[in-house]
Ligand binder design. Structure first.
Ligand code: ASP
Ligand code: MG
Length: 446
């Protein structure tokens, strides 16, 4: 069994969906995980925002425009008028159900249903289109399978149990399902956070012991630097699960930050592929650490650094415990941590409860807050290249440095304004590294 996940841009138009259908049609036994058509989830977030601000007509107006996009899609995908009409009717029913829920004063919770519409409708149209092209496919409701636990995390055991109980995927065949959407622990429609379709794909892949999880996007794999800021980035051919997880977590937009672990636990390789160029090799992610200098750099913005200074840190045991208890209380994840004799520095992303958090931390020591920082993550054989990385970032004001325990990554915290220059400096280092490697290889061959 194979899992194929298609992202929003790969499903962004009738033309793209026809491409996807060709890719799927080459298989007989796979689960197809669909994102929402490009731009739809952004627009749905806007609907929720306007609705919360009591701009109901604004919200309904956007909803109407999204529905219209799907109508146009149906007209472009199918030829016969009766089939177009039947598909548009299905779209209409799905939108009507959500509109009704929004307007029901007793429903109390429609946010999740609104956000789920993109994946619902897109996956349904794709299923209809595949059947239309003569492929027999089965539509699977992801809401029956993926449910979050009390900590708002998906639970692989629960998923495996539900797959068994519902008998989904029992027979070999083509299955179409929705990425991103799930139930929360109270049975309401929820999701795996933005970009969550990747996570659905790896969770299903792990539960079904798939032979491979293919993540199809519009770029040929994970690049060795952020192509939005640095020119001449290159796709990376091979990454270990650990390296990919670091890059995804620290900013590589192509993968959901948490999606690697389910595949890693079951040792199921992930292949990143490009729908625009299906023959391109893309990136292969698997368990082995393949050496190869510094492999890639990614960056994440909107980082806040908190420094807690206490004269009595090291000799007073329990200090770190008390410190992290405060973050636990506020349910705020900490990303990077560094310690010294007198202070601890941590980075956080979520600043919604910053004032309360700082107040509480002040009971442990003096607290300073530095906002608008970026985390830059360098992945590869760091042990061998540590000195060069430090040398490359020497001109910049680095706030924190942390070497990962597995020494396959180093994270640096820098002011956001210097991020692009730091990315460029490290990119030059990667390029020189590769040139050197190629030269020594040529020498070896000679
Ligand atoms: N449609 C969702 C989003 O745009 C999930 C995904 O595409 O993975 O974030
Ligand atoms: Mg994505």
């Amino acid at each position: 069994m194979l899992v194929l996940k298609f992202g929003g841009t790969s499903l962004g138009s009738a033309e793209r969906i026809k491409n996807v259908a060709e890719i799927v049609n080459a298989h007989d036994n796979c689960v197809v995980v669909c994102s929402a058509m490009a731009g739809v989830t952004n627009a749905l977030e806007q609907v929720n925002k306007l609705w919360e601000q009591d701009d109901h007509s604004g919200a309904l107006d956007i909803l109407g425009r999204i529905q219209y996009r799907f109508d146009v899609l149906c007209q472009e995908l199918f030829y016969e008028q009766d089939i177009i009409t039947a598909n548009c009717r299905e779209v209409k029913e799905m939108f009507a159900a959500v509109r009704e829920l929004l307007q029901d004063p007793f429903s109390g919770y429609a946010t999740g249903n609104v956000l789920s519409l993109g994946e619902w409708v897109t996956s349904r149209i794709i299923n209809n289109y595949l059947c239309y092209t003569g492929k027999v496919s089965t539509y699977v409701n992801a809401l029956e399978l993926i449910r979050l636990n009390e900590q708002d995390e998906p639970d692989p055991f629960d998923l495996a149990r539900r797959i068994k109980e519902t008998g989904s995927f029992n027979e070999p065949g083509i299955y179409i399902t929705q990425g991103y959407i799930c139930m929360d622990s109270q049975g309401r429609v929820s999701n795996l956070k933005r970009g969550g379709s990747d996570y659905t794909a790896t969770l299903l892949g792990a539960a079904l012991h798939a032979s491979l999880i293919e993540i199809w996007t519009d770029i040929d794999g994970l690049h060795n630097n952020d192509p939005r800021y640095v020119e001449d980035t290159m796709p990376i051919r091979e990454l270990s699960f650990a390296e990919a997880a670091e890059l995804a977590y620290f900013g590589a937009k192509i993968l959901h930050p948490s999606c690697v672990w389910p595949a890693r636990e079951q040792n199921i390789p992930i292949q990143l592929k490009n729908t625009m160029d299906p023959d391109a090799r893309g990136t292969h992610i698997q368990s082995r650490q393949i050496s190869g200098g510094i492999k890639a750099i990614a960056a994440k913005d909107n980082i806040t650094v908190l420094r807690i200074t206490s004269g009595r840190m090291f000799n007073a045991y329990g200090f770190l415990h008390k410190l992290f208890q405060v973050f636990d209380e506020f349910k705020i994840p900490v990303d990077v941590v560094t310690t010294s004799e007198v202070s601890v520095s941590v980075t956080i992303e979520d600043t919604t409860a910053l004032a309360g958090l700082v107040l509480q931390l002040q009971s442990l020591g003096r607290v300073s807050v530095e906002t608008n920082r970026s985390i830059v993550c360098v992945v590869g054989n760091i042990q061998e290249h540590l000195a060069e990385v430090i040398q490359a970032v020497k001109p910049f004001s680095v706030d924190m440095v942390s070497l990962g325990a597995s020494s396959n990554n180093i994270t640096l915290v820098v002011p956001h304004g210097q991020k692009v220059e730091v990315l460029q400096a490290l990119h030059n280092l990667v390029n020189n590294n590769n040139v050197n490697r190629q030269e020594s290889w040529i020498q070896l061959q000679a």
